[in-house]
Design a protein. Structure first.
Length: 94
């Protein structure tokens, strides 16, 4: 992949109306840390949540930045806005 390759990560779990539990959050964090091993530190990474008000994407971006990734963006608007903008939804999800 080139340095400007964009990867995306859905930071929220698809649980419908079921509230997220602490163990759900720990599992999502573990999966993101594991997936990050496949990313390059200079790779563009875009994260997004389920909705505009979902804060999980912000937490995911902060985690990735804490792991040393420098090109991390938190896409405002959630997965629906991401798809409406015409972007693909490949990469790590839930």
């Amino acid at each position: 992949m080139s340095d400007d390759t964009m990867d995306n990560y859905s930071a929220s779990a698809d649980q419908g109306d079921k509230p997220s539990t602490p163990s759900d959050k720990i599992e999502r964090k573990r999966r993101l840390v594991e997936a990050a091993k496949e990313f390059r530190k200079n790779q563009r990474i875009v994260v997004y949540g389920e909705t505009h008000t979902d804060n999980s994407s912000n937490a995911a971006a902060e985690l990735l930045e804490g792991l040393g990734f420098r090109k991390v963006s938190d896409f405002d608007g959630g997965v629906h806005a991401w798809k409406q903008a015409g972007f693909l939804t490949e990469g790590l999800t839930n």
